[in-house]
Design a protein around this ligand. Structure first.
Ligand code: CP3
Length: 344
């Protein structure tokens, strides 16, 4: 039967007259209804592990805006927690984790099979969503890519330059590679369960790929994403995968082929016209409006949105921001972006 959902059609390589649209972090603190549900849950992690409330915040931006896709509400750092790392969030600062930098600490991580004990509520959220989403809305599951998740596990927090992960890579290669391998296996198991629960597409967030140079980019961003993509497609033939090596710059060219992903998500550091010529020629692309337009709005938002749609109109395109929407964004600017894309 012909595929009807617009996101899945674009992922399959179809060029649509109007690009389908969703937004990274579309369930988030710029929405008053999100803040209310988060307060009800108590804190961010309690929200992630409460299937009813996590499904509720996933649905909020769909109800408000009618996006073409919903992204499961969870976090890339739930997998390290399921592997045995301590995880907590410091308000106003971000995540904190117990660190892993030695062979002993690596050996203490739980085996892949054990992750589901912690992650079962996430699969429950996916099941609720696949029942409750409108029939035209695609459900996207996700995980962090191994390098990005490793940067948090090694440093114990977010870092501007991923220094501690680069240092471990230089000083104790076996432990660094062991962490990447364990995350690769864990991510395959985690995303397989999301797919079995009803995710129709999965996205790999390699938010810190931009700090990997030369062979490191190939070995620690591309290859783990390729292994994950191949394993998922073997278990779940036809499942579309979106790869997001954020900050890859000119290295975005060739990422469809090197990872096997159906779609490459691009950040706002590359120009849409360049993306059309060098990335979209190989398949679907997703992106790449600067998130700050959701704060500033106005004519600049409209003209940039049109420019990106025009530049990418000759091939498969899913409209999105170049990175997540920020808490200071104005919900009305999101509507303006959607109206501009849809030509309303
Ligand atoms: O996109 C979505 O709406 C789906 C849910 C989602 C969240 N995080 C919810 C979240 C997704 C896909 C993520 C991915 C994620 N998480 C990434 C990769 C994408 C990116 O942004 O680069 C990263 C690096 C993380 C780790 C993480 N989670 C950080 C660094 C932070 C703190 C920074 C911040 O924005 O506060 C989080 C917290 C987080 N994850 C929030 C949300 C909605 C905010 C928490 C809150 O409500 O207080």
């Amino acid at each position: 039967m012909a595929q009807q959902k617009t996101i899945l059609r674009a992922l399959a390589g179809e060029t649509l007259a109007t690009p389908p649209i969703w937004m990274m972090r579309q369930a988030g603190r710029y929405l008053p209804e999100y803040k209310a549900t988060r307060a009800q849950a108590g804190d961010f992690l309690s929200l992630c592990y409460n299937p009813e409330l996590a499904a509720e915040v996933t649905l909020q931006p769909i109800r408000r805006y009618g996006f073409d896709a919903a992204i499961l509400f969870a976090d890339i750092l739930l997998l390290p927690q399921a592997l045995g790392a301590d995880l907590w969030f410091v308000t106003g600062e971000g995540p904190r984790l117990s660190t892993i930098t030695s062979a002993d600490e690596l050996a203490k991580l739980k085996p892949t099979d054990a992750i589901h004990d912690t992650l079962n509520p996430v699969y429950e959220t996916v099941k609720i969503l696949s029942r409750e989403l409108p029939k035209e809305t695609t459900l996207i599951g996700f995980a962090g890519a191994p390098w990005t998740v490793a940067t948090y596990m090694i440093a114990g927090q977010g870092t501007p330059d991923q220094g501690p992960a680069h240092a471990l890579k230089a000083e104790n290669r076996p432990v660094f590679e062991g962490i990447i391998d364990q995350l690769t296996e864990g991510t395959i198991a985690y995303l397989s369960k999301q797919i079995e629960a009803g995710a129709e597409c999965v996205k790999l967030f390699d938010s810190w790929a931009g700090s990997l140079q030369g062979d490191d980019f190939t070995n620690f961003s591309i290859k783990p994403m390729q292994r994950i993509t191949a394993a998922l497609k073997e278990k779940h033939p036809g499942i579309p995968v979106i790869a997001f090596p954020r900050g890859a710059g000119p290295k975005y060219a060739g990422v469809h082929a090197s990872t096997g992903a159906d779609c490459v998500a691009v950040d706002d550091g590359v120009d849409a016209a360049w993306v059309a010529e060098h990335v979209q020629k190989d398949g679907c692309v997703q992106g790449n409006l600067k998130s700050s337009h959701m704060v500033t709005g106005g004519d600049a938002l409209i003209s940039e949105t049109r420019r990106i749609c025009d530049a990418l109109s000759k091939g498969p395109h899913i409209f999105n921001l170049g990175h997540g929407i920020t808490p200071d964004a104005d919900p009305e600017n999101v509507q303006l972006m959607i109206d501009t894309v849809r030509g309303a």
